[in-house]
Ligand binder design. Sequence first.
Ligand SMILES: Cc1ncc(C[n+]2csc(CCOP(=O)(O)OP(=O)(O)O)c2C)c(N)n1
Length: 604
Amino acid sequence: MSKLLNQISSPQDLRKFTNAELEELATEIRSFIVDQVEANGGHLGSNLGIVELTIALHKVLNSPEDVLLFDTGHQAYVHKILTGRISEFDTLRKANGLSGYPSRSESDHDWIENSHASTSLSYAHGLSEARKQSGEPGRIIAIIGDGSMTGGMAFEGLNNLGHSGSKVTIIYNDNGRSYAPTVSLLSQSLTKIRSNPTYVRRQKSLESFVRKIPVFGPWWYSSIRSSKAAVREFTQQNSFFEQLGVRYLGPFDGHNLSELEDIIEKSAEFDGPTVLHVITQKGRGYAPAENDKIKNMHDLGAVKPGSYTEAFSNSIVDLATKHDEVVAITAAMPDSTGLLPFIEKFPKRALDVGIAEQHAVTAAAGMAMGGLRPVIALYSTFLTRAFDQVNLDVGLHKLPVIFCLDRAGVTGDDGPSHHGILDLVLLSKVPGMTIFCPSSYEEIPQMLSDAYKITSGPVAIRWPKTAAARSDVIGTGTKARQVSSGTEVCLIGVGKMLQVAESAAEILEREGTSCSVWDPRVVKPFDPELLSAAECHKLVVSIEDGLVVGGVGSCLRKELRVDVPMVNLGLPTEHIEHSKPEDILTRYGLDAESVAKVCQSNLP
Ligand SMILES: Cc1ncc(C[n+]2csc(CCOP(=O)(O)OP(=O)(O)O)c2C)c(N)n1
């Protein structure tokens, strides 16, 4: 089946194939990716869409001297396959296996490994400046999707590239979708050009006109043969890119290998920044992905029954049914954050801002100023990017914006950039912020409706990806909840870590140590009753699934009024590699046995 694929151990191997064989190779790659992702999870639709483009890039260019910068990096599977990693592919996203994103420790062909979107143009600008100074050879190519192009940083990078005139090739990989259809008139208007019959007719006559120009015409035509819009550029209004000083060429068929090879090669001749607008189809070649109306099988994740996300998904609809001024905001992830039922029921009260978390937060501030009650649904890791906006635009103005943060804590397979382990550290530093940490499915509706009642400032509710615990007993308001009472050790388990606290307490009780267990529920401000209770023990132990330095345990320590011995457990200040969440927690001593041992050894 994979007869060509097995002959690829480096990008140079692509050059020995004819284009017909490369097309066959593309088919083999697609079926290989489908099999791998079905077995291990990961990103499907985006990788299926970029097969020919990646083949063409690697065939024409000389990576790693020519630098390939994959924006976000979730679409780099084909790149990994072509750069000698196919034999390890079944370890993708597994502990000590291949990362789901480019990784510098894996290969010299991988330059950037962040998976937060919209950064590639800035890296490209920086690298081209460095190469200008060092005189090192090689092209700089940024591959950015239309979704990632909606992020503010991409526009900042574009502006700066145009201004500096740095020689960078930007491949604008336009499949019209982020997870959901991309929120951008830029993408829509560029794509409209292609399908406009007047444009197509004018294009054809311009091309034949150019070809007939004596001497210069044939050369010009052939050197820009595939760059149909170069003709347009020469003769028609400047596009958005051109006004910024960035040459625009396209659109090109992102599944036509010879057209792609041609334009990638020819574009080397241009000085300054150039955009090649390439149209691709997300999920290409795999019917279930092509036909998936929600997200073209961007990934295989869905809202799982019994998850915190599902609890939120239902609760936000209930809240909005009761209160007309509740609106919901997503940054390009309506499905994964659980907002689809809300959007269906209240389409006019839902806002997708694109991959633009900073804008989302400040827009929410504006909405709250205008009397709305915005609920922003984000992954914890992506909120980090908008911390300044949370602190000043929302916090300083004491605005009642509700942040609903999914994937908080250790997330696992997606690696360092996806763990939500900074949110508690950061949000606990925002004056006036209230932070809820649900420990069960049942707490989510309660906390959301209590968050709605807080109008003095912002509120965050953060929950993990892992299946939600179920509980008959929940708290109310901003009160902590005592789960069990004892005299020696007071265990305080934040959010999902309550389960670990309870299991550690069971171990300790069996060994004869008397324990209290508390669910703090709200970690800013702490319930005074929790503080008073903690102060009456011989040892207080806090457990959180976030960075321990500056985390909520350390905040609690400052609030205790008596000098009771205390241990704060949490994660070290490290970029934590991908692995299963529970394995990571165990590695860092955040499992019940380790916690029980720490308690024993610290009891005075
Ligand atoms: C700052 C940030 N917010 C959200 C995400 C989640 N995310 C990952 S890929 C993606 C869509 C990217 O769309 P696009 O760039 O068009 O690439 P495609 O998958 O369509 O090829 C989103 C929203 C992210 N990676 N970074």
